[in-house]
Design a protein around this ligand. Structure first.
Ligand SMILES: C[S@@+](CC[C@H](N)C(=O)[O-])C[C@H]1O[C@@H](n2cnc3c(N)ncnc32)[C@H](O)[C@@H]1O
Length: 235
């Protein structure tokens, strides 16, 4: 059951609410895209894109950046990790990790709202990754499921999850719940800054967690496009 005390309550949270909505992507026909991140994946990942279920149904630049970063810098370090992706959409980041970071002990949990579950599952099956990735519903701000509590994820992936202001406190609550569960966990957080409110999310994050900007050789290029990569850890 939903804990209403955790709902967004404009004016009673450290977040200010200005423009409520980022522009939603225009509707476009479904398609299947193949990505291999300039050869970093031996076998390309296929992503079915379908905006019918929501904006997570297409590939977003922050997801592409975080997926590539994980392959480049972490592919040999995640064998024993318990990995969970928030706001996974079609599952780009989590599936890239599941395919490209070989020999994982645990399946990668792709999570999003119920509307995205079938797309996440479709992309798991499309890539034959049923043994290495699981699609699950995780609504930000709601209590974590027993399965997630038992998993105690220690690598949390989140790409382009800062785009809709009323969800900021909910996302922050879930990040806090996850880091309380596994205090040594790292959140890899990739954001595209579009509006002033996005900085407000990061200001609250800095007060709540230790926030470190991550080194990446492509930083000079992607920072010009308003993309930033951070690690959040427990203070
Ligand atoms: C802009 S998309 C990014 C998708 C994907 N991470 C990527 O980078 O391609 C944001 C995602 O956050 C999810 N989302 C938004 N609000 C949410 C909430 N309250 N609980 C869980 N997921 C949410 C959306 O369904 C969507 O898939």
């Amino acid at each position: 059951m939903r804990d209403m005390n955790r709902s967004a309550s404009p004016g009673s949270t450290p977040f200010e609410f200005g423009e409520d909505f980022a522009a939603l992507p225009e509707y476009r026909a479904t398609r299947t895209t193949e990505v291999d991140f300039a050869g970093l994946l031996d076998e390309p990942l296929k992503l079915y894109e379908d905006l019918q279920s929501g904006c997570g149904g297409q590939l977003w630049p922050a997801g592409m950046l975080l997926a590539k970063h994980m392959l480049r810098y972490h592919r040999d370090k995640l064998q024993h990790s318990r990995i969970l992706e928030l706001g996974a959409g079609g599952g780009l980041v989590g599936l890239t990790v599941a395919r490209g970071c070989g020999g994982l002990d645990h399946p990668v949990f792709l999570t999003d709202m119920a509307e995205m579950e079938s797309l996440m599952q479709h992309n798991i099956t499309l890539n034959g990754l049923e043994d290495r990735a699981k699609a699950r519903i995780l609504n930000w701000g709601e209590p974590l499921s027993k399965e997630v509590v038992d998993l105690k994820p220690d690598i949390i992936l989140a790409a382009d999850c800062v785009y809709l202001e009323p969800t900021f406190p909910l996302l922050m609550q879930t990040l806090q719940d996850l880091l309380a569960l596994a205090p040594s966990a790292t959140v890899f957080f990739c954001v595209k800054k579009r509006r002033r409110a996005d900085n407000q999310f990061l200001r609250v994050a800095r007060k709540t967690f230790t926030v470190t900007e991550i080194e990446d050789e492509d930083r000079p290029v992607y920072s010009r496009e308003g993309l930033f990569l951070y690690a959040f850890t427990q203070k």
